[in-house]
Design a protein around this ligand. Structure first.
Ligand SMILES: Cc1ncc(COP(=O)(O)O)c(C=O)c1O
Length: 450
């Protein structure tokens, strides 16, 4: 129940936004001139966020997919608090702490060890993962790019149109959208080659052929892919495409690098999205839901490849950072992983995702010529088109703001913001799904009628 009407409560929000506008760099927080965007977050628990006006919002974003177990799960907060009271900071690559060793082992078990048990016929025998920790998602991608370069000796990378891998200068070379790259091209070493991302089975053969031709030049050390493109608008490649990339990498001595920063840890209905296709990557990039709310990310690689790429340390690490494997992040991640497993959240995401697609399809049936529902698990999107059938980012923006007013948080996705993204905490209840569906239907109908 929303207690406070948003339109009548602007007394605490506006001074904070004005202060932000005065002191934060431009081009970070978008502040609409009519005061309708953004809200100022005060606290968050479970499925809900409260703003400084005391108004409650149902969060269908999981705050960029981070709050997979809901906001501030008790077990994760307790682990963080305990850790802060004992060891707040350690020494990245120099003097380690126990939590880093525990989390590295846990990530190996969650990924390569589990995958190799499932694919017991693999010639390699049991696999193990090795971990490079970092802070943000983009750093995990850059760690993977460095690893593939060291392992293969080949500098170039094939990435996909629409891809979003973060905005550091390494990641930016493989992030596609010109909005992010365009102004920095003068400083970028352009080692990334972009190919089309297929959505239909019929598109795949030509794309695979293009990739195969580029691999034949012998300079490509990695194919980097989001198993489902998130920011490009929830785009799913056709079945078998990832497996074909795996074969191409094997045939040409390149690494298959999967960016599961968004899709990882149950979001799409399996622990990792590559499991839908039973594909084992060489390197996987993880972040976001890993900790539930601390900037910690990881690049996990097949141990034989990692050992081939990275020489033993002689005292000065080639790749590290001050906060590498931060104790609080590691403690939170260990608690978060336990929670994900205990609550069986990947299974829940699969079942709930299927139910919700069904519910949404029925609820939005009267508007079927304007919307298309897509996604997998609880990584869903509603693509919106105008009356002529063209992508309609204006309407998505209007819908997003209307939903905010109605107490529901969503975000526009897609290259032009033409998709309404829905990626709630994986703990969403049936009641909350039904409530969200009703509000989505009501607001969409109101917009279309206006
Ligand atoms: C698939 C994917 N890769 C990488 C990133 C970058 O992560 P970060 O913003 O933590 O650097 C994101 C962020 O949205 C992402 O969705």
């Amino acid at each position: 129940m929303n207690v406070v009407k948003r339109s009548t409560q602007k007394n605490l929000t506006q001074p904070i936004l004005r202060q932000l506008a005065d002191y934060e760099s431009r081009n970070v927080t978008f502040l609409s001139s009519d005061g309708s965007w953004p809200i100022v977050w005060e606290k968050a628990r479970g499925m809900h966020v409260w703003d400084v006006e005391g108004r409650r919002y149902l969060d269908l974003t999981a705050a960029f997919g981070v709050a997979a177990c809901g906001h501030a799960p008790r077990e994760v907060v307790q682990a963080a608090t305990r850790q802060m009271q004992t060891l707040l900071h350690a020494m990245g690559d120099v003097h380690p702490h126990r939590g880093k060793a525990d989390l590295a082992r846990a990530l190996s078990r969650w990924t390569f060890e589990r995958w190799s048990r499932q694919k017991a016929h693999l010639h390699e025998g049991p696999m193990k993962g090795r971990v490079l920790f970092s802070n943000s998602g983009f750093e995990a991608v850059e760690a993977a790019l460095k690893t593939s370069h060291l392992a293969t000796g080949k500098p170039e990378v094939i990435a996909f149109k629409g891809a979003y891998h973060g905005l550091g200068y390494g990641a930016l070379s493989v992030t596609h959208r010109r909005h992010f790259r365009g102004r920095f091209l003068g400083q970028l070493k352009q080692f990334g080659h972009f190919v089309d991302f297929p959505e239909e089975a019929g598109e795949a053969p030509a794309i695979l052929e293009t990739i195969g031709r580029r691999l034949q030049h012998g300079k490509v050390g990695a194919i980097l892919m989001e198993p489902i493109q998130s920011r490009a608008g929830l785009r799913i490649p056709p079945a078998g495409f990832m497996a074909s990339l795996r074969d191409l990498c094997d045939a040409h001595g390149a690494c298959l690098v999967l960016d599961e920063i968004y899709t990882g840890f149950g979001r799409t209905g399996t622990w990792f999205a590559c499991e839908h296709e039973k594909v084992i990557p060489d390197l996987i990039c993880l972040g976001k839901a890993l900790t539930g709310g601390f900037p910690l990310s990881a690049c996990v690689g097949r141990s034989t490849l990692m050992d081939h790429a990275w020489p033993p340390s002689t005292g000065e690490a080639i790749h590290t950072s001050t906060y590498l494997g931060h104790p609080v992040g590691c403690a939170m991640a260990l608690a978060q992983l336990k929670q994900l497993k205990t609550l069986k959240l990947s299974q829940l995401a699969r079942v709930k995702g299927q139910q919700w697609i069904q519910q949404l399809s029925e609820a939005l049936e009267p508007c079927r010529d304007r919307v298309r529902i897509r996604g997998r698990g609880l990584m869903l999107g509603i693509e919106v088109r105008d009356a002529r059938g063209l992508p309609d980012p204006g309407m998505v923006l209007c819908w997003t703001k209307t939903l905010l007013d109605a107490g529901v948080l969503v975000l526009p996705e897609g290259d032009h913001g033409e998709v309404l993204g829905i990626s709630p905490p994986l703990i969403i209840s049936d009641f909350e799904m039904q409530r969200a569906t009703r509000i989505l239907r009501r607001t969409l109908r109101a917009i279309l009628a206006s």
